[in-house]
Each structure stands twice: as structure tokens, then as C-alpha cells.
Design a protein around this ligand. Structure first.
Ligand code: ADP
Ligand code: ASP
Ligand code: MG
Length: 439
């Protein structure tokens, strides 16, 4: 069994949906994971925000506008009356449901229910299209098997057991379609795997069913050496190791959800990044093998806060770091980078929602200072151990960029630096020139 995930642009219009047929209709058994049509989740977020602000008029206007877009699209998608009727009813059902939230209290649970509608719509619309053209497929409800636990981590045991039960209901079927991104939480409520989470769904399903491979189909021909939204010239990378791809995804390469590599990696399932607009392009193949030595790619993650704790008592004081880390653990706040000196420790976080409480606890250990609006620039490749010269290359490329923190040696495939957000673009451009010879 294969798992093929198609992102928002790949299902973004009637035309794009029709183009998927040549990629999914063949004799290989597969589960197709779909995102919402592009722009939908952003619109649903806007609708939810209007409802939080109690601006019902704005919410209704946004809902109607999105509904119109879907109505136009299904007229292009279906040519027979039965399919068009089914599509029309489906759209009415989901948009009436979204509209129902304008009449009642609005909390985070209602928001999550609204955010789930995009994937429910795209999968059903595609399923009806396949039906219209005579291709049989099974719509698998992700809400019946995808679940996160009390720590908001996927519950792989539950997922594995339940997706197998769902698949067993349809013996003989070889084309399944399911929703990316959406899941239930430990209370059984509708929840999600965070923005961009359809990649994560695909990898979790791949791991659960021990798929042959997990294919992430998107609008670019694989992982590029640098962020194509920021620098002019980039190239795709043919092979990456799981560790390299995971670092790039976590540190900002938007093509992959930050944590989506892990489930596939745990079960050694290859992940392929492919382009729906150019299906024959090689793309990127991610496996356990490390491949070529050297620097392969750079990425950057925004919204980072740096925290420095300076303490005389840190000198020779065992237990100091443990006490500091415990504060972050209490507030469920992951630390990304860390550097220490004899009297101080600097670390970074990307979730600043409990920052004030964290600072006030840290103040009992010493003087705390904060730098907001920072970016982590991460350089990824295979340059550990005996290999020489890579750090020198990186810092030579960055010689004109002010650097706040450096992290090297945590793994053999990552050098990370912290810069002010305003310097991120300059850093990526400088690395593109210094490491990859692009001007
Ligand atoms: P999808 O909707 O298919 O999930 P995304 O927009 O989430 O697609 O991811 C694809 C986009 O990621 C590309 O269009 C590209 O602009 C962006 N991107 C950022 N960094 C990279 C990178 N290093 N390599 C490839 N794409 C990247
Ligand atoms: N539709 C969701 C989002 O836009 C999930 C995804 O596309 O991966 O974030
Ligand atoms: Mg994505």
C-alpha cells in the first residue's frame, strides 16, 4: 500500500482535481490524503476570528464568499446532474453547519470544528468526481482513526488499530481517500494537527499501515537548497536522510510540516516529495541513508524568542540547568537552541504564550533578559566528526551578518545560528552565495 498526499494547490481548483486522476488511478493499492482546497483553511481562520470578535456580519459575509467559490468550482468539476446535485447538497450541508456557529457561543472547540470543514469538503468533492467518471473509491473518515493524546501528540497505537479496522470494512477496495490535518483529541472532540498538518497525517498513516512509501505531492519539485520564497535561485535536492529532512522541516522549510518525518522514520518508510505540476521531475527521496557528504540546504524559522539567564551561582553549580529546564517543562514550552558559558545560559523558544510566567520563575535563578523577533537559520548536511571546513564555510558566508547565538555539534548534520528577524533574508542570501555559488 502507498500513501499519496496532495496539498492545497494540488486540489485548489476543479482543473487541479481532475489532473489528480492520472496520478491516483492505477492498480497500486493506495490511500490518498487530501488537504483543503488552497486558501480554504486561511478563510476558515478568518471566519473564526470574526466570530471570536463577535462580528457576525463580517463572519456571514466571509462564509457566503467562500461558499460562492465552492459553488463555482463544482460547476466546473462535474458534468452530470447526479454529481452536481450531490456536490450542491454537500456544500449546503457544510456551509449551513459553519453558519450555525454565528448563532451560538464561540470557543476554541467551535473554531476547531470550523477548521475541519475544508478537508471534509475537498475529499468528498473528489470522491464524487471519481464516482462520476466511473472510478470506484472509498472515503475513509479520518475522524474515525486519527487521534491525538492529552499532550497533543498523535496516538499511534490508536491510529494503527483504528485505520486497520476501517480498511478491513472494505476488503477488495484499492483506492481510499481520506482527510489530512483533522483528528480527534483525547476527549473525542474535533481537533487538528496544526497548520500544514496534512503531511503529518500522511506520514502517520504510512507508519500505521507500514506503507511502501509516503508521497507528498505539492507545487514544487522537492526540497530545495534554500527557501524559494526568499532567494532567487534554488535547486532541488535529490536525496536527503530522515535526520536532514526533519531538521529542515522543523527549522522552517515550509514544504514539510515540522514534525512529519518522524513517524515514517521510526518505521523506515521512504518519503518522496513530488510535484503535481511536473509529475516526472525527480523530486526528493528521503530515506535512512545519509548520502553525499557536504552542505545540502538551509532554512529559517521566524518568531523566535531568545532568553538569557545570567547567574553567579551557575559557576560549578550542578543542577542549575536542570532547574532551568524544569521551568520550560512546566509550561510545556520546547527549547530549540541552547548555548552556555560559565555564568550564563541562552536558549530559544518559538512558543511565547507563557513567556511572562516563565520569566518570573527564571528570575529566581539570576538576571533574565529577552530578545524577541529573532530567526533561527539552520544549515543542514553531513559534516560531522572527522570532516573539516564546513563551519568555516558557513561563518565566512555570514561574515557581514550579526549573529546572536551559534549551535554546532548537537548533531552531525546541523549548524544553527540565531539572527534578528530583520537579518534573516540577508543571511539566506549570503548563504546562497557563499555555500551554493548563487548570486
Ligand atoms: P502544500 O499546500 O502542497 O502543502 P506548501 O505551501 O505547504 O504546499 O509547501 C510548498 C511550498 O513550500 C513551496 O511552494 C515553497 O514556496 C515552500 N518552500 C519553503 N521552503 C522550501 C524548500 N526548502 N524547498 C521547497 N519548497 C519550499
Ligand atoms: N489545510 C490545512 C492548512 O492549510 C492543512 C494542510 O494543508 O496541510 O494548514
Ligand atoms: Mg503544506
Amino acid at each position: 500500500m502507498q500513501v499519496l498526499k496532495f496539498g492545497g494547490t494540488s486540489v485548489g481548483s476543479a482543473e487541479r482535481m481532475k489532473a489528480l486522476v492520472s496520478l491516483v488511478v492505477n492498480s497500486n493499492p493506495k490511500i490518498v490524503v487530501l488537504s483543503a482546497m488552497s486558501g480554504t483553511t486561511n478563510s476558515l481562520v478568518e471566519i473564526a476570528n470574526a466570530l471570536y470578535e463577535k462580528n457576525n456580519a463580517k463572519a456571514v459575509e466571509l462564509i457566503n464568499k467562500l461558499e460562492e467559490k465552492y459553488k463555482l468550482e463544482i460547476n466546473k468539476l462535474y458534468s452530470n446532474e447526479t454529481a452536481l446535485n450531490k456536490g450542491t447538497q454537500l456544500i449546503k450541508y457544510h456551509f449551513d453547519y459553519i453558519r450555525s456557529f454565528t448563532l451560538d457561543m464561540f470557543t476554541v472547540n467551535e473554531e476547531k470544528a470550523i477548521l475541519a470543514q475544508g478537508e471534509l469538503l475537498s475529499t468528498a468533492l473528489f470522491h464524487f468526481y471519481l464516482e462520476e467518471i466511473g472510478v470506484s473509491s472509498v472515503l475513509l473518515p479520518a475522524l474515525n482513526f486519527m487521534r491525538i493524546d492529552e499532550n497533543e501528540e498523535p496516538d499511534l497505537i490508536y491510529i494503527e488499530e483504528n485505520i486497520k479496522n476501517e480498511l478491513a470494512k472494505h476488503s477488495g477496495a484499492n483506492l481510499f481517500i481520506t482527510q489530512g490535518y483533522i483528528c480527534r483529541n483525547t476527549f473525542g472532540e474535533i481537533d487538528n494537527l496544526k497548520r500544514g498538518g496534512s503531511d503529518y497525517t500522511a506520514s502517520l498513516i504510512g507508519a500505521a499501515i507500514l506503507a511502501e512509501d509516503v508521497q507528498i505531492w505539492t507545487d514544487i519539485d522537492g526540497m530545495h537548497n534554500n527557501d524559494p520564497r526568499i532567494v532567487n535561485k534554488t535547486h532541488p535536492i535529490e536525496y536527503l536522510s530522515f535526520d536532514e529532512a526533519a531538521e529542515l522541516a522543523y527549522f522552517g522549510a515550509k514544504i514539510l510540516h515540522p514534525t512529519c518525518i518522524l513517524p515514517a522514520q521510526k518505521r523506515n518508510i521512504p518519503v518522496k516529495l513530488l510535484n503535481t505540476m511536473q509529475p516526472d521531475a525527480k523530486g526528493t527521496i528521503i530515506t535512512a541513508s545519509v548520502g553525499e557528504e557536504g552542505i545540502k540546504a538551509v532554512a529559517a524559522k521566524d518568531g523566535i524568542t531568545a532568553i538569557n539567564i545570567k547567574s553567579d551561582r551557575m559557576l560549578l553549580a550542578y543542577g542549575f540547568l536542570r532547574s532551568v529546564f524544569e521551568v520550560f517543562e512546566r509550561y510545556k514550552t520546547p527549547i530549540d537552541m541552547i548555548t552556555t558559558s560559565e555564568v550564563a545560559v541562552s536558549l530559544t523558544i518559538d512558543n511565547a504564550s507563557n513567556l511572562d510566567k516563565i520569566i518570573s520563575e527564571l528570575e529566581s535563578f539570576g538576571t533574565v533578559s529577552i530578545d524577541k523577533d529573532q530567526s533561527i537559520v539552520c544549515i543542514v548536511g553531513d559534516f560531522g566528526g572527522e570532516k573539516r571546513g564546513y563551519a568555516n564555510k558557513v561563518f565566512d558566508a555570514l561574515k557581514d551578518i550579526p549573529i546572536r547565538m551559534i549551535s554546532y555539534g548537537g548533531s552531525t548534520h546541523n549548524i544553527s545560528v540565531l539572527v534578528e528577524a530583520g537579518q534573516k533574508k540577508n543571511a539566506l542570501v549570503a548563504l546562497n552565495k557563499g555555500l551554493f555559488n548563487y548570486n
